[in-house]
Design a protein around this ligand. Structure first.
Ligand SMILES: Cc1cn([C@H]2C[C@H](O)[C@@H](COP(=O)(O)OP(=O)(O)OP(=O)(O)O)O2)c(=O)[nH]c1=O
Length: 188
């Protein structure tokens, strides 16, 4: 059964490879990722993973389609995906010493078009970030395109005080949830 990865993220390809899974094709979804009014982080991640999966499954009838969405939340607040330095700095200043959550929703469409979704939730606390620490994280540059303005797999891990949950979930594709969903969807 063909597996389509509905993601432009090279990290998701690499994480999938750790399950021994190589997608037959990569076809990123191009959807509007603007949060809905009053939407909380968990709901946002789930809605977007489902929307990416639905959009791409429509283009590949009979295939298994895997999509995911990662959202960093502080309480009810959804942090943006940092595309510029000012946004990344604002995220890091907010996250300094403050417990936050990283939600990654994974959605898999089976060959019959049924979509199953699983959620990974990870709590992360960074040490208090001094101005110089934020400068160093910004200089590392790996915050670009990342939810919450940091890359745990890169420079940011040196500032982690606590992580509870799924490391792979923070990086973009929680391996246990993904393995379970692929099995349930008839892959392999
Ligand atoms: C918090 C955090 C996020 N991220 C990444 C995972 C996601 O790729 C990204 C959040 O954006 P997403 O919208 O989940 O994914 P994407 O735009 O990269 O790719 P696509 O929608 O095509 O699947 O942030 C890290 O790589 N490391 C981290 O520590």
């Amino acid at each position: 059964m063909a597996l389509i990865l509905a993601s432009a993220s090279p990290r998701r390809v690499a994480l999938l490879a750790r399950l021994g899974v190589v997608p037959d094709a990569i076809d990123p979804a191009d959807i509007d990722e603007t949060p809905a009014r009053g939407e909380v982080p968990r709901t946002h991640a789930e809605r977007l993973a489902r929307a990416k999966c639905t959009a791409v499954a429509a283009r590949h009838p009979g295939a298994i389609v895997l999509a995911a969405d990662t959202v960093v939340g502080v309480g009810r607040r959804i942090l943006p995906k940092a595309e510029d330095e000012a946004t990344a700095r604002a995220c890091l200043a907010l996250l300094s010493g403050r417990r936050h959550r990283v939600f990654t929703a994974v959605a898999v469409a089976d060959a019959g078009g049924t979509i199953r979704v699983r959620m990974s939730e990870t709590a992360v606390i960074f040490h208090r970030l001094q101005a110089g620490d934020i400068d160093a994280l910004i200089a590392a540059g790996d915050w670009r395109g990342k939810a919450g303005g940091y890359a745990l797999q890169g420079a940011a891990e040196a500032w982690v005080r606590f992580i509870g949950g799924s490391w792979s979930g923070v990086v973009g594709l929680p391996l246990a949830e993904t393995r379970t969903l692929l099995e349930a969807s008839g892959h392999g």
